[in-house]
Design a protein around this ligand. Structure first.
Ligand code: MN
Length: 242
């Protein structure tokens, strides 16, 4: 038995390949897991829980609900694309929403879970936007707009963020090593698992003499991938290869 971690699926109706990989993963690999953690950006964007009736969104919720009903506890952390996922989504799907960051003990080891965007502190412009957009006032203003307008507004934000990706340097878009070390120190030198940067890797950080493993989860644009952890450690698994 192992615990599985995924992130950055960026599901949307227009990306059938990753959707199929995700639905297959929930039916097969995830079925025998101790738990499944989804560390943000499950959706390409989420306009609000009043969009649960959208046929594509409903199909994702139903697939998650089937996994939860099969006995696999499933947890969801917000990403920067779907941070207005709320209580109605959690009720409909049966997933439990997790704060970012979350520190847990897994098979006797401390594990720190994050989406990963808060580690990208060199991107000052994004961090300023993030602070504003995560405020109750900003979210309240967004959710008061009619759904159709909101979808257009969120789509607009998404397009801008895609454009900025091409302007910003690779270094600015990645995590800041100093911030990673600060968080590892703050949480007692755990293993860190995060997504967001779409740069899957296993890194080793030595902080104050403690060796800490940092796993970066893969995105699902090309193919599915997950991290499986048990008492002996973690391994990244590509769905194509498995
Ligand atoms: Mn992200």
């Amino acid at each position: 038995m192992s615990t599985l971690f995924i992130s950055d699926l960026h599901l949307c109706a227009g990306r059938p390949q990753s959707n199929a990989a995700f639905f297959g993963f929930l039916e097969r690999e995830a079925r025998g897991a101790d738990a499944l953690y989804i560390l943000g950006d499950l959706f390409e964007y989420w306009a609000g829980d009043d969009d649960l009736d959208d046929p594509f969104n409903a199909s994702v919720v139903a697939a998650l609900a089937r996994l939860v009903a099969s006995g696999v506890p499933t947890y969801l952390m917000h990403g920067n694309r779907d941070f207005v996922i709320g209580a109605a989504f959690a009720r409909a799907s049966g997933v439990q929403l997790l704060p970012d960051p979350t520190l847990l003990r897994l098979y006797g080891q401390a594990v720190l879970l994050m989406h990963g965007d808060t580690l990208c502190t060199l991107d000052l412009q994004y961090q300023a936007f993030r602070r504003e957009a995560r405020s109750e006032a900003w979210i309240g203003r967004l959710l008061r707009q009619p759904l159709v307008e909101r979808k257009a507004a969120v789509e607009d934000l998404r397009r801008k963020s895609e454009q900025e990706k091409h302007i910003k340097s690779a270094e600015i878009m990645d995590v800041a090593p100093a911030e990673v070390e600060a968080q590892l120190r703050r949480y007692g030198y755990p293993r860190l698992i995060h997504g967001h940067t779409h740069r899957p890797a296993r890194h080793l950080h030595t902080v104050d003499g403690h060796a800490c493993e940092r796993w970066v989860l893969a995105d699902w644009y090309q193919e599915g991938s997950y991290l499986a952890c048990d008492a002996s450690g973690c391994r990244a698994v590509s769905l194509r290869a498995s």
